[in-house]
Design a binder for this molecule. Sequence first.
Ligand SMILES: Nc1ncnc2c1ncn2[C@@H]1O[C@H](COP(=O)(O)OP(=O)(O)O)[C@@H](O)[C@H]1O
Ligand SMILES: O=C(O)C1=C[C@@H](OP(=O)(O)O)[C@@H](O)[C@H](O)C1
Ligand SMILES: [Mg+2]
Length: 177
Amino acid sequence: MGKRMDTNKNIVFIGMPGCGKSSIGKIVAERLKLPFYDVDEYIEKKAGKTIKEIFQHGEEHFRRIESEAIREISQNRPSVISTGGGAVKVPLNMKILRENSVIFFINRPIEKILQDIDISVRPLLAGDASKIYELYQERYPLYKKYCDIEVMNDREFQDVVNKIIRFLGKMLYDGLE
Ligand SMILES: Nc1ncnc2c1ncn2[C@@H]1O[C@H](COP(=O)(O)OP(=O)(O)O)[C@@H](O)[C@H]1O
Ligand SMILES: O=C(O)C1=C[C@@H](OP(=O)(O)O)[C@@H](O)[C@H](O)C1
Ligand SMILES: [Mg+2]
């Protein structure tokens, strides 16, 4: 039997923009009766601006604000945290999260993502949804590298959430290894 899971860990979701992190995170938090933080929402509330407006000052500017938000949110343990799709681009974000979290990679087929999302509110895809394929090539190795567990989101939300909760239960019992 492996090491027991520290029950004080955050539960973090990473994955492509539009893969379901915000929706799934919210349901998992409700089911586990834990506080829920969506990093993008937290940033918008704190800055009083939309993500799109913040991006007008450049991606680097957004990434700095995003890192600060991740650092602040990760201190409220235990919480459920849905990151933005690009959080994995900054190694320090992942160092902070890996110290005190269980990290789930939500993987959703790109075709399904393209069916659902409104690209106008996702600055990196604005004007050209096919950019998502390039993003996927670039980021897939990072999502794999930083996650503890990969979960496919190609069914109903409730099925995916049940799977995540079963994993967490198993971890509590057996540990991560
Ligand atoms: N399993 C699913 N079933 C139905 N719709 C889904 C599913 N997963 C994601 N979606 C839809 O995809 C869109 C993006 O989801 P969201 O939670 O905002 O993703 P993210 O936070 O990863 O960008 C939403 O409209 C959401 O309802
Ligand atoms: O992939 C990215 O770089 C981004 C994803 C967005 O979040 P979602 O993954 O929730 O769409 C948001 O943080 C911002 O537009 C940048
Ligand atoms: Mg989101």
